[in-house]
Design a protein around this ligand. Sequence first.
Ligand code: UD1
Ligand code: CA
Length: 470
Amino acid sequence: MTAYAIILAAGQGTRMKSKLYKVLHQVCGKSMVEHVLSQVKQLDPDQIVTIIGHGADKVKATLAGQTEFALQKEQLGTGHAVLQAEKILGQKQGVTLVVCGDTPLLKAATFKQLMAYHQKQQAAATILTASAPDPTGYGRIIRDRTGAVAKIVEQKDATVQEAAVQEVNTGVYCFDNQALFQALHQITNQNAQHEYYLTDVIEIFKQAKQTVAAYQMADFSESMGVNDRVALAQATALMRQRINRHLMENGVTLIDPSTTYIDADVQVGADTVIEPGVVLRGQTIIGRDCLIGAHSQISDSLLADRVTVTASYLEGAQMESGSDIGPYSHLRPQAKIGPAVHIGNFVEIKKAQIGKGTKVGHLTYVGDATLGQHINVGCGCVFVNYDGINKHHTNVGDYSFIGSASNLIAPLEIADHAYVAAGSTVTDDVAAHDMAIARGRQVNKKGYYDRYPVAQAAKQAAANEKSKNK
Ligand code: UD1
Ligand code: CA
């Protein structure tokens, strides 16, 4: 069977009250229309056409390479939207699946069931319906006395009786492709919203004595359409539950799934434990046997196996196996943490590579640097990488030792087995087996303490203490 798909994504989404076009609003880190497209693609249709209008360029950029596009210049309704695909699909024979871009929870499996049912019924049109606890806002499925579908009535056009019907149109349909485009030429905009409703083709098919079927899906929530921010939050909550359940079923421990926020494309390996309040975003991939501690946030990062992250913030970073970080550290883009590396607390690393077994324990900034293996970076070191205009690079060789409170002024080469004494501001390269020390010599001034107000205060405090103890 030749199959096509049309995704409706041209609407502005007025009810979102947003400058962002509706279908680009995100549900678990992925725009709604991308969710829809990724499920539609699983059916492997011969052609997918996405109808774009509002924010056409942005929607196009988001979906580029995955679908064809047809422009709906004016948003005159869902029927008018589908008609814009006529140039591409109008002459073709086959079955066409029509899906809205604002129903992010619908699964490929449901589309497949709908298509199979459509085939079995040999229908001209099959509507995917669901029974809604509260049908407000949806088109209602109106059936005749025999139980066959007669028409779909929009909320705004419904009589009180029709509005009471709980079976709703999910906005997903299968059509005989040619019959669809023929019928679309017959719809009018004589309704409450003065729009060309796609749903009106149903009555047209009925009048032409063509078979209209309805396939009712079991789970209404999967069919949820997002028209406002309230529904967006509801859809996000449902998607989050689905993502978390999938991970748990695949061996990931979530201590508290209700406070664990994981984006749709994130991957996590088995036996990894994720504590409460964790946020995993974007294209993050986490290996096996990791521990992601409470309140960590990780975006677009790659973690190998046995990595421990304690209350830290990672973006665009990599951590190799057995490495650990935190609490309260920050990996910025292009931070590459090697195997068995220890990054302690209050450390920021940007665009820097840290070799195997190296330790950066406390209160340190490493930017634009390459660190070898088994280096110890003391407390409070700064890789001084910026002169106000340009960034410069620092290299530190294997087994070197960078004493606490050192400033390494880039560009700088510190060889293997080199030693930087604590408190040094290093401006010149350091050769292997040498020690750099760059600080003023200490001078002790005899009795100077007593020249300072602190001495007076201390004297007073001691006297007070004495009289209290009497
Ligand atoms: C639509 C259905 C309704 C169904 C509901 C399911 C119609 C007339 N109504 O209503 O029966 O219960 O979906 O969620 O079809 N769009 C365009 N161009 C337009 C208008 C809309 O591309 O001119 C796109 C929108 O971007 C959106 C989709 O079509 O992705 C649905 O439009 P929307 O306005 O949300 O329709 P609903 O009122 O929800
Ligand atoms: Ca909608």
